[in-house]
Design a protein around this ligand. Structure first.
Ligand SMILES: [Fe+2]
Length: 383
């Protein structure tokens, strides 16, 4: 590392069993009226929305629910949420859900403080601070509760739009493992592989630092040891808690060190064909890891060890190959799609998707700078 770097994360993180009980106190520190940003059904069905409202009310904070967020939130949904927040003079946002709900809340806050439309805010530096966000994840994957990024879907352009800036960072995060207990196995598998992708991409990124490395390695180790169990036995709260904390560490790592080629390649899959983010990453991760290996063999060998592989007696080439092998074996244990055909991506579009991925900023910090042809050939490995 040759230049000074800033490391930032969410300043207040409540975590542990029944952490949700802190939501009232955290919200009362920040405002009087909360917009609760959540998905369309699960928080209503499992009672977490009502519980959050009651906890806010007990702390003297009024609540306005906005239970309209779809997966991969659209610009229209965010604009609608910002309108509702303004109408009700909300001064704090409580995001309850997976990455989609949290990213929507962060984007609503951003839109309330910066002149829109949202599409014009991509790439803008110095975004003004909107109302504070309290992020409460109910999946274990995106780490959005500790990142300075919000990912939205521009449905008209079939494009993933990124808002980035320190003002996107939530003011507080609440990590309660019991909230992830109702996550279906397929969601647990996909979101868990997303978190593993965050940790690995941060660890091999050109922007990695000693701080991000520590978090990334801890996350890789914990996810490698717990993901299959968290998926196979949803009532194993120990494994689900381990996954929840590890995905947060992975979020802290990549929010500061960036993601890489896997994310650059999964974004066109999501934007054009609606492939769930975690499932796309899970499919790509072993292949991109094998492609990146020659650029950072020591780090790949370290990843292999963190995933539980024994590399004793191996030379660096063989040891570094164990990372992609371990990832292939882990993905094979999980209920996830395996091929582009499984997720409805036609091979005819791969060259165009590869061009888009090559231009993505995440490709620039990948340890190996890929050409569009190399990216297309990785896509074809999945056909
Ligand atoms: Fe991701």
């Amino acid at each position: 590392m040759t230049t000074t770097r800033l490391f930032c994360t969410t300043p207040r993180i409540q975590f542990g069993p029944r952490a949700l009980e802190h939501v009232g106190r955290e919200a009362a520190r920040l405002g009087k009226t909360a917009l609760i940003v959540t998905g369309r059904s699960s928080s209503t069905k499992n009672g977490s929305l009502e519980r959050t409202r009651a906890l806010l009310a007990a702390a003297g904070v009024a609540a306005v629910p906005f239970a309209r967020v779809e997966s991969d939130p659209s610009l229209d949904t965010v604009t609608e949420g910002a309108g509702l927040s303004k109408e009700n003079n909300c001064d704090v946002l409580v995001a309850l859900g997976g990455g989609s709900a949290m990213d929507a809340a962060k984007a609503i806050s951003c839109l309330l403080a910066n002149p829109g439309p949202l599409a014009s805010l991509e790439g803008v530096t110095g975004l003004k601070q909107g109302p504070p966000v309290i992020a409460i994840p109910t999946t274990a994957g995106t780490g959005s509760e500790v990142t300075r990024v919000a990912v939205l879907t521009d449905t008209a352009r079939k494009y993933k739009l990124l808002l980035v800036g320190e003002t996107l960072m939530p003011a507080a995060a609440i990590l309660d493992p019991e909230l992830t207990a109702s996550m279906p196995p397929k969601v647990a598998a996909a979101t868990g592989m997303d978190a593993l992708t965050h940790a690995i991409e941060a660890y091999v990124s050109k922007l990695a630092t000693p701080l991000s490395d520590t978090l990334a390695l801890a996350a890789i180790e914990t996810i490698g040891a717990n993901l299959a169990m968290a998926v196979a036995a949803p009532d194993n709260l120990h494994a689900r808690a381990a996954m929840l904390y590890a995905q947060m560490q992975a979020g802290q790592a990549f929010s500061n060190a960036s993601v890489g080629l896997v994310h650059a390649m999964s974004r066109p899959m999501g934007a054009r064909y609606g492939v769930p983010h975690g499932a796309a990453n899970a499919m790509l991760l072993p292949h991109v890891t094998a492609y990146n290996r020659p650029a950072c063999p020591q780090r790949m060998a370290r990843i292999a060890v963190a995933l539980g592989r024994c590399i004793d007696g191996m030379d660096l080439g063989e040891a570094s190959r164990q990372a992609a092998i371990a990832l292939t074996e882990l993905a094979a244990e999980l209920p996830l799609p395996r091929t582009l055909g499984d997720v409805g991506v036609p091979t005819g579009d791969l060259a165009d998707m590869a061009r888009e991925a090559a231009e993505n900023g995440s490709s620039r910090v990948n340890p190996r700078r890929p050409s569009p042809e190399e990216i297309a050939s990785i896509y074809h490995e999945l056909a």
